[in-house]
Design a protein around this ligand. Sequence first.
Ligand code: NAD
Length: 491
Amino acid sequence: MAPTRRGPAPRLIFGDLWPFDPAPETADPKLADRYQLFIGGRYVRPRSGQYFDSINPATERRLASIPRAGAADVNAAYAAATAAFRRWSVLPGRERGKYLFRIARLLQDRAREFAVAETLDGGKPIKESRDFDVPMAAAHFFYHAGWADKLEYAAPGRTLRPLGVVGQVIPWNFPLLMLAWKLAPALALGNCVVLKPAETTSITALKFAGILEDAGLPPGVVNLVTGAGETGAWVMGHPAAAKVAFTGSTEVGKAIMRQLAGTDRRMTMELGGKAANIVFDDAPLDQAVEGIVNGIFFNQGHVCCAGSRLLVQEGVAARVIAKLKNRMRMLRVGDPLDKNTDLGAINSAAQLATIRRLVAAGEREGAELWQPEGRLPAQGYFFPPTLLTGVTQSHRVAREEIFGPVLSVLTFRTVDEAIEKANNTAYGLSAGVWTDKGSRILRLSTELKAGVVWANTFNRFDPSSPFGGYKESGFGREGGRQGLLDYAARA
Ligand code: NAD
């Protein structure tokens, strides 16, 4: 029977049908009380003498002190990287590859410890740090280790040369994974790096310094400086940087581009997104619902490529929404360290305030809010999985990146309308298409203005697959051959 002729799915009531005993992950994250900067292969105190606290967003308790690097620290990091570049850049690729393989293996060896540290510091569920962040970070080092001695095949006819010292700034949503995306290709090509993690999630980057030491990486090849936006601006604006690579918000990306306008600095910008996840009436609806849930609730929706706009074809809209609500009733929100948890804590009080502000704006503009019943933990920054229906294209919740577990639902009638609505955004990072028709997938994958288009799946990543945006989602690619070439000098 055609799905369009069926009525809406019945409401399922789960109540306390499936009680879950607590299943906390207990591995020791081996946290220090106070971290230091990692410059020239040594742990150094910030010359500013200043530290700030990293907070566990699930408990609001302090985890560790993080150094606030000043301009003098950033200068020292660039000096160390510049000195290291002379030897690192001329090392045979197979030698550089050995270091990358070692880093990947050491990370795998300490995967549980890093997963717990990532979850404590960032609030993401342990099953995601354990099964996604840490293994994918290791996979990026393995992948680029493989390239290091085969660079002549990455660009046939060209001799790939490193650029020099690269400045890198990353966000808080995938701290260790974004570090791997940035470091691995830069090092494979023979560049040296000054990297700044986000201020709310610096711990795994600073723990990673220990892995670099254990791998015997020559001093100065990777330098880690911590701090907030001001430190980031020094890293991005430093005259010794041959290239800057930034992942973060479009707003800050634009500020960096203004800062560097008129210089010959190479740039990669991985910025925000507002992806459309498009469900046609011939789609396998139960699978699509799983893809919708994964697309928006993975990592509490703190995902640049999150499927935050659901475009559903009118004939199946009621049915999809009913199924979605049933599925959302089953999501477990709570302790990120519990292996049963689906949605952990929002990364910071500031991000929670942003989510609340945008959801309130959505309601004011006429969207209808739905959240499953259930109590949130009393302590910590939590927000329930949220559905906004009746959203139109002019609503803020259809245009602005919420970066939280909030799905805005719009409907469409024809393929042309779906394409037009999906492309009606300042962003262009990713999109999803759910349909039975291969020809339709091919058409949408060419007409949707997005760096990645997933078909009958969502949020699939692989180190060999380039990732990046169009329009205000940025430029340059990370991953794959394309990402590697972004770290090579122009022929
Ligand atoms: P953010 O822009 O506020 O901060 C990102 C980083 O930039 C942090 O390390 C921060 O300290 C630093 N920073 C802040 N001001 C700076 C300045 N003036 N100069 C230099 N650095 C500065 O973003 P966020 O809130 O940490 O991260 C969320 C954003 O990141 C979202 O918009 C998300 O879409 C985007 N993101 C994009 C990708 C991608 O691949 N396209 C991946 C992950 C996250």
